[in-house]
Design a protein around this ligand. Structure first.
Ligand code: FAD
Length: 467
């Protein structure tokens, strides 16, 4: 088959990694082709990930505030849910951003092709399109093909009551009893949404802690705050699911191997995501892919073939949109001949739950495991004026810093808007700031960010105790 198309740079996948790479490369003067299998640009994040989940979490937050408003002297008579309108609100958030990505591609003269791409040689891709297959000849390529939800072998995934995150975001119905398998970020966020819309939500997590990557003291506050909203079963596994007409019969096994039966109306499987590296025939281009589907890359985002780059979820953990975007810029710049490398010290993580959980850099757990000489300073939000005024004292700000130098190693927060507070601490770590630097920085009063300054003041001793 002869090539029907030629390009200087091809980008496979239009998620945050792919579109950021394509736009940066075009801005640097390259001729770019962007291939996306779906008709909408934006990938998982924009269409079935970050954006729709945050729109629904906004709805969830309003509902929870309304349901607790009596506490501050307000009452609302109508507390109903119009599911069509909720769905429309979510979709409008997605459409605004997806339309923006298409417009930006057009502005930059990035050629967008809809189709599924597979390598057929070191400089060739086969693109399966609705009306046939095209062969594209490229000089350089950036693989940004993302990841997909992990499925469990003993679960009937073809049953319409068994959801992955994409199905859950469709908001087809509000099941009276929802089981969320997996107490990580995605499971907790979507569990929060369904609970607020009326489901009784049970979260089952195989580890002894929700969001195992974060520190336990933060998670304890989240869990205490959600004790009336989410039923959490830790150190528990789902071992079988029977799809009956009236319900999904679930067998759960606790840490002692004790089995229990429970019925649910729907199940959300949120046990992680698998990179798409093994679905691209990358071996035909000589690109190494590991057994899990990740594509190993250098700091320049180059694969085992230097003219082929990989970015985003497919290039390794953490699978986060902001990591993908930054990697996309690096790959595009290197492809355009610039000296560049991915050298972020830290990548922030946020669970947009209620309250939010956020952390960056080393957790206390990691500092301990690495045998570092570190100190921790923590400021509970029950002493923060803004948190008291917002009736949300279920929060904490903690700093992990080097014992000898005071240099910030990591930070963790739990509380409303904790994710927004994380930016200051991310910047502090990137700049090599010490707790003294943070303590000397004036934080506006009364703000939640004051808790960052006060945690640092506790660290340096300018405040010595709390009331
Ligand atoms: P993706 O966004 O996965 O995009 C890959 C694209 O490639 C897709 O559009 C796919 O259709 C296309 N593609 C794949 N194979 C081919 C092929 N062979 N040919 C053509 N096209 C192909 N991250 C955050 O940072 N913050 C959040 O709040 C957040 N929330 C999330 C919520 C949910 C429910 C989920 C599922 C994920 C969330 N994530 C979040 C993770 C985030 O979505 C991903 O990290 C991010 O989308 C990765 O970007 P990417 O560019 O690597 O790939």
């Amino acid at each position: 088959m002869k090539p029907t198309l030629q390009t200087q740079l091809v980008v496979i996948g239009s998620g945050p990694g792919g579109y950021s790479a394509a736009f940066r490369a075009a801005d640097l003067g390259m001729e770019v082709t962007l291939i996306e299998r779906y008709s909408e640009l934006g990938g998982v994040c924009l269409n079935v990930g970050c954006i729709p989940s945050k729109a629904l979490l906004h709805v969830a937050q309003i509902r929870r505030e309304v349901s607790t408003a009596a506490h501050v002297g307000l009452s609302f008579s109508d507390n109903g849910v119009d599911l069509d309108k909720v769905r429309a609100f979510k979709q409008s958030s997605v459409d605004k951003l997806s339309g923006g990505v298409s417009a930006m591609a057009k502005e930059r003269k990035v050629r967008v092709l809809q189709g599924y791409a597979r390598f057929s040689g070191s400089h060739q891709l086969l693109i399966e399109q609705e009306d046939g297959v095209q062969l594209l000849q490229f000089e350089q390529a950036i693989i940004a093909a993302g990841s997909r939800s992990v499925q469990l072998p003993f679960i009937p995934h073809d049953d319409a009551r068994v959801w992955d995150s994409t199905a859950a975001l469709e908001l087809r119905s509000i099941p009276p009893r929802l089981l969320v398998i997996g107490g990580g970020i995605i499971g907790l966020e979507l569990g929060t949404v369904y609970q607020s819309l009326g489901s009784q939500v049970t979260v089952v997590e195989a580890s002894p802690q929700l969001v195992p990557a974060a520190d336990k003291d933060l998670i304890d506050i989240f869990q205490r705050s959600n004790k009336d909203y989410l039923t959490v079963l830790l150190s528990t596994r789902v071992t079988a699911v029977e799809a009956r007409a009236d319900a999904l019969g679930v067998t759960l096994e606790d840490a002692k191997g004790q089995p229990a039966q429970q019925d649910f109306d729907a199940i959300l499987v949120a046990v992680g995501r698998r990179p798409n590296g093994l679905l691209l025939d990358a071996d035909k281009a000589g690109v190494k892919v590991d057994e899990r589907g990740f594509i190993p890359v250098s700091k320049q985002m180059q694969t085992s073939q230097p003219h082929i780059f990989a970015i985003g979820d497919i290039a390794g953990e953490p699978m986060l949109a902001h990591k993908a975007t930054h990697e996309g810029h690096v790959a595009a710049e290197v492809a355009a001949g610039h000296r560049q490398s991915f050298d972020a010290l830290v990548i922030p993580s946020i669970a947009y739950t209620n309250p939010e959980i956020a952390w960056v850099g080393l957790t206390e757990k990691q500092a301990r495991q690495q045998g570092l000489a570190y100190q921790v300073a923590a400021f509970p939000w029950k002493f923060n004026g803004r948190a008291i005024g917002a009736d949300r004292v279920d929060g904490k700000t903690k700093l992990i810093y080097d014992e000898a130098t005071g240099r910030l190693l990591g930070a963790g927060l739990v509380g409303i808007n904790a994710g927004e507070l994380l930016a200051e601490l991310t910047l502090a770590i990137e700049f090599g700031a010490t707790v003294d630097d943070i303590a000397l920085t004036i934080h506006a009063h009364p703000t939640l960010s004051e808790s960052v300054g006060l945690a640092a003041e506790l660290a340096v001793g300018t405040i010595t105790d709390l009331p």
